[in-house]
Design a protein around this ligand. Sequence first.
Ligand code: 5RP
Length: 232
Amino acid sequence: MSADRQKRDTARRALEFVEDGMRLGLGTGSTAVHFVAAIGERVADGLNVICVPTSEATAAQARSLNIPLTTLEETPELDLTVDGADELDDALNLIKGGGGALLREKIVASASDRMVIIVDASKHSEALGSFALPVEVVPFGAEATYRQLAAVAKAFGCQGDVTLRMKDGAPFMTDGQHLIYDCAFGVIEDAPGLADELNRIPGVVENGLFIGMATLALVGTDGGVKTIEPKR
Ligand code: 5RP
C-alpha cells in the first residue's frame, strides 16, 4: 500500500474524534491535507465546526472548501487538533516541522484539549532522531544562534550536521518570517532536556520536539490503522 493511501486512511479515521460544534485545530502537511479535505466534505454535508489553521497553506485549503475559520484571538481554547508528524515514538513524543509550520502547530496544539496525530507507518520509530530536528530561529544573529545550537547539540551527545533550510536558492522563510535550521542529530537520548535547552537560546523561537502534547496517534499501516496511546 502506498504511503499516501496510509495517510488518507489515517486522516479519515481521525474523523471519528470530531463532533458537531467542536473548535478544531487543523494541522499542516501532506497527511493533514487529507484530514482537511475530509472535514470539507463533512462541512458540505452540514457538520458545524470552527477551525484554526496552523499555516497559510492550510488556511488556503480550508477556505477553498468553505470550512469556517477563526483565530486563537477569537477562539483561544480548542477541543481538538489533528496534525501530522515527521517522527513519533511509543511515548508519543514527536518531531515536527518538516513542512516549516512547527511554531504555529505547537501554539495551536498547546491551546487544544486533545491532539490526535495522523501518520503513515514510516513515521513510527523506537527512538526519535532519524528525522533531522527543525529549529526555528529569528534571522537577526542567525550565525551566532547557529553556533549556540551546535554547542547545545554537542552537550547532549548529538552529532551530525546543522543545516540552514533553503528553498529555490534562498533561505526558507516560515509563515512567521523566521529561518529554520535542520539538525541531523541522530538518536536523541534526552528529548525533553534537549527541547528545553534549545529554547533557552535567545535566537531560537521554537524547536520541533513536541513532548507530552499528543494524546493519541493513528498510524496508517498496510494492515489497517493502528492506534497508539502514550506510555507515560
Ligand atoms: C509541518 C509538519 C508536518 O506535520 C510534518 O512535516 C508531517 O508532514 P507530512 O504529513 O507531509 O509527512 O510538522 O510543519
